[in-house]
Unconditional design. Structure first.
Length: 95
């Protein structure tokens, strides 16, 4: 199960993702992200991962792609902290 809430704030767009970032749910997140960016080109985008419970290979690939395009990640929960650290390391952004 996956839930995505888009918060369109004055200075940024925040996607709050909840549930499993896996399999068939990954394109749903990508599509939501793409629509948000298309609706507000040039806006800062942040993704709140606090309530993500699982990320598979496709989910990691999406996170890498998002990060490579300037997306910032917020509040990774315990289930995703290591995965997010790995994503950021592969892009040379970690310690």
């Amino acid at each position: 199960m996956l839930k995505i809430q888009v918060r369109d704030l004055e200075d940024r767009i925040v996607l709050e993702v909840e549930g499993r970032l896996t399999g068939a749910f990954v394109p749903e997140v990508q599509s939501t992200w793409s629509r948000a960016v298309a609706n507000r080109p040039g806006s800062r985008v942040q993704v709140d991962l606090k309530n993500v419970t699982c990320v598979d290979r496709e989910g990691r690939t999406l996170l890498r792609s998002m990060h490579g395009q300037g997306v910032e990640f917020l509040r990774a929960g315990l289930a995703t902290q290591d995965i997010l650290y790995e994503v950021l390391q592969k892009h040379g952004c970690g310690d």
